[in-house]
Design a binder for this molecule. Structure first.
Ligand code: GDP
Length: 426
């Protein structure tokens, strides 16, 4: 069976923690899109980790961790991450890399920086990991597939061809140093030698695993609202963040994805630019940011303070719908225990009219939040294992949200650790 773990919102919903928890019962965990531009924070018996490329299941002995063809693969960063976790006592993980994955090139990272510099105050708030230039090249058909590293003749010719166009842009648009072909080729040889032991025909591997009845988890990065088609375009990421894309980015048939576990955080946070209707500011935001997540809401990759907001029922209902949520994992609920009253955004007002349907970006820019307030529970809920043992107001908050979004909350996460999870039979 294949299960996808994906985000309903802007990312940072706690997918890493949910994947790490569910990976206990899984055989294989696959990253199917995105790159090292965002991170998952995981807290377990080995310590606290920020993963960027490795799937969140790498901490178990019994799992195989796969980098699918849909990922933007930064080869040196992947191996740095492996070294990092092994140096902290995690057993050497079993890793496979798709022969169809494409490679983040050193110049993708440079182009990302140069373009953000050029745009100045109109920049997209990119993490400058090369993701947008990477996916642009992939679809412009000038990307480098892992398999191509192993054909020297092809590689040489392609490097020459790609450098020709890139160097025109570097010289005339960005006024930066040109790419040295020999140097680039030498770097690609290093990448080839690093990745060689792990390269695999992943879709075939997964096909066989499914025949053997193996349990596969697909781990998404970011969330619905950062999807290039269904998100807040153009303030989105460059690869699809939807469970449906998991079939493509891993190479499994779409009908094999039986469960779509959609992660929603009990309040909102976002990074980068773009409309964020339920956003809060000042001391109210600072307090939530300080208390949020596990040690504050700051980017796992960049350390940037995240923008904060109250739970947004409109965005989350939409986020769950586009993911095709079979289950909602409602996370970081413990953080809200300090509030007397918990504001929730239940609708948007656009041009004087109320709606609970998430609009396109043009209209979203005009939306104002309609806020309802629920009573807080004013206590610590970490450590509680049974749904019925949660304080009444806490259950009411969960049930209120569930009713508004229209998808079943079957998991409640009440702390950053693997064991901090309450299953709810629906
Ligand atoms: P991801 O990108 O969706 O995996 O999310 P991140 O890892 O960037 O952000 C989630 C943050 O919340 C991390 O610091 C987690 O350790 C933390 N976290 C996850 N679930 C919970 C929870 O239920 N309670 C608390 N307090 N923190 C949590």
């Amino acid at each position: 069976m294949v299960k996808a773990v994906v985000g309903a919102n802007w990312g940072d919903e706690g997918k890493g923690k949910i994947t790490d928890t569910l990976a206990k019962e899984a055989d294989i965990i696959v990253r199917f899109q995105g790159g090292a531009n965002a991170g998952h924070t995981i807290v377990n018996d080995y310590g606290k980790f920020a993963l960027h490329t490795l799937p969140s299941g790498v901490f178990y002995n019994h799992t195989t961790s796969i980098i699918g063809n849909g990922v933007a693969l930064n080869i040196p960063l992947l191996f740095k991450e492996v070294q990092d976790i092994v140096s902290k006592g995690v057993p050497e993980p079993k890793i496979l890399v798709s022969d169809r994955a494409q490679i983040v090139m050193p110049y993708h990272i440079l182009f990302d920086q140069y373009e953000e510099e050029r745009l100045g105050k109109n920049s997209f708030g990119s993490t400058k990991s090369g993701i947008a230039p990477f996916y642009s090249d992939k679809y412009a058909k000038i990307g480098f597939q892992v398999s191509e590293l192993f054909d020297e003749d092809l590689l040489k010719k392609k490097v020459a061809r790609v450098c020709e166009t890139k160097n025109v842009l570097l010289e005339h648009l960005y006024h930066k140093p040109a790419i040295d072909q020999e140097e680039l080729l030498a770097t690609l040889h290093e990448y080839r030698d690093m990745v060689k032991p792990f390269v695999c025909d992943v879709s075939l591997y997964l096909h066989n695993a499914l025949k053997e009845g193996k349990e596969i988890l697909l781990e998404g990065q970011l969330g619905t609202l950062k999807d290039p088609d269904h998100g807040i375009y153009p303030m989105v990421t460059s690869s699809s963040t939807l469970a449906a894309y998991g079939a493509i980015g891993a190479g499994v048939p779409p009908y094999e994805i039986k469960k779509v576990i959609t992660v929603c955080k009990a309040y909102s946070s976002a990074v980068g630019a773009g409309a964020f209707v339920s956003e809060i500011f000042g001391e109210e935001a600072d307090e939530l940011r300080r208390r949020g997540g596990d040690g504050g809401e700051f980017g796992a990759t960049t350390g940037r303070p995240r923008r904060m907001g109250w739970f947004d029922c409109v965005a989350s209902k939409y986020g769950c719908r586009l993911q095709g949520a079979t289950d909602v994992a409602f996370t970081v609920l413990d953080v809200l225990g300090y509030l007397d009253e918990i504001p929730v955004c239940t609708a948007y007002e656009i041009d004087g009219k109320q709606t609970t349907e998430f609009p396109t970006t043009v209209l979203l820019e005009k939306a104002k939040p309609v806020i309802e307030k629920l009573p807080g529970w004013k206590c610590e809920i970490r450590g509680i294992k049974k749904y019925e043992e949660l304080p009444e107001n806490c259950r009411k908050y969960i049930e209120f949200v569930e009713e508004k979004i229209g998808y079943p909350i079957t998991m409640v996460s009440n702390g950053p650790g693997r064991e901090d999870i309450i299953y709810r039979n629906k």
